[in-house]
Design a protein around this ligand. Structure first.
Ligand SMILES: NC(=O)c1ccc[n+]([C@@H]2O[C@H](COP(=O)([O-])OP(=O)(O)OC[C@H]3O[C@@H](n4cnc5c(N)ncnc54)[C@H](O)[C@@H]3O)[C@@H](O)[C@H]2O)c1
Length: 255
């Protein structure tokens, strides 16, 4: 059976958690060209090895990248296109967690750090990805429907939809990701995740436990459950989904 993913995937934050699970999922679902971006080189090696375990035919390009630095992002896209000729399925998952401080306790430096990675970094990556996609021909689809020149999936957060007094800088950075995505609807979609069990949240489960308990499913989600939504949004099966914020939160916002 032919893959839903005949093109090139590019994932930021690919060294850990949701980005890592997404990269491995692309390989498992038949994508044969994958670009891994993260500032953590050791984690990139781990992801490359995990991909090798699920697919011996997958070509992987790890690129050490700081998503908050324009030159580093430009280098990422240049290396990806230099190696594979195009990019088709981008997932921007690189991010940092809230500092667990309210606004009065947050310094301007801390605000800039969180927003520089989560918001500006996501914008820098999606801008560079979309620029490349606009130069490409559309790729064929699994069932012959009209193809697209690419898809961009930005990982926001449930905290971009609702507030948390101990995370205003983080909430703002993720609301900005959702709004940014709506601003480039032809290519981008956003899953908004609630508490997902990853290296980012594991050390803070005592703080996050009350948030988990509010949601009807009363458990943390898995990185795989977010990756599954990313793969749907990136695929030609989501051809009529544009600029949406898909909430992946165990029912938190309906409670
Ligand atoms: N885990 C959750 O509960 C949860 C919930 C909602 C949203 N999110 C979002 O999902 C995304 C992934 O989070 P995760 O839980 O997998 O966390 P994680 O810490 O496991 O992974 C994040 C990755 O981003 C990388 N990164 C951070 N800053 C970077 C930079 N400047 N340049 C390049 N790479 C950088 C890290 O090295 C790490 O590998 C983040 O954007 C996060 O805000 C996570």
């Amino acid at each position: 059976m032919s893959s839903l993913y005949p093109g090139v995937a590019l994932i930021t934050g690919a060294a850990s958690g949701i980005g890592q699970a997404t990269a491995i999922s692309f390989a498992r679902e038949g994508c044969r060209k994958i670009v891994l971006a993260d500032r953590n080189e050791q984690g990139l090696d781990e992801t490359r090895e995990a991909i090798r375990q699920v697919s011996s035919e997958c070509h992987v390009l790890p690129v050490k990248t700081d998503v908050s630095a324009p030159d580093s992002v430009d280098n990422l896209i240049a290396q990806a296109v230099g190696r594979f000729g195009r990019i088709d399925y981008c997932c921007n998952a690189a991010g940092v967690l809230s500092n667990n401080q309210n606004s009065t306790a947050t310094s301007p430096e801390e605000f800039d750090r969180i927003n520089g990675i989560n918001y500006r970094g996501c914008w820098l990556c999606s801008r560079a990805e979309i620029r490349q996609m606009l130069e490409q021909e559309a790729l064929g689809t699994h069932d012959g429907r009209a193809g697209s020149r690419g898809s961009v999936v930005n990982i926001a957060s449930q905290l971009g939809v609702v507030g948390r007094s101990a995370a205003p800088a983080y909430c703002g950075s993720k609301a900005a990701v959702i709004s940014l995505t709506r601003g480039c609807p032809r290519l981008a979609d956003t899953p908004s995740a609630k508490v997902i069990d990853t290296p980012m949240t594991r050390p803070n489960m005592d703080v996050l436990g009350s948030a988990i308990a509010i949601a009807p499913m009363n458990r943390a989600g898995t990185a795989q459950e977010v990756a599954d939504c990313v793969l749907f949004l990136a695929s030609s099966k989501a051809s009529f989904v544009q600029g949406s914020a898909l909430v992946v939160d165990g029912g938190y916002v309906i409670n």
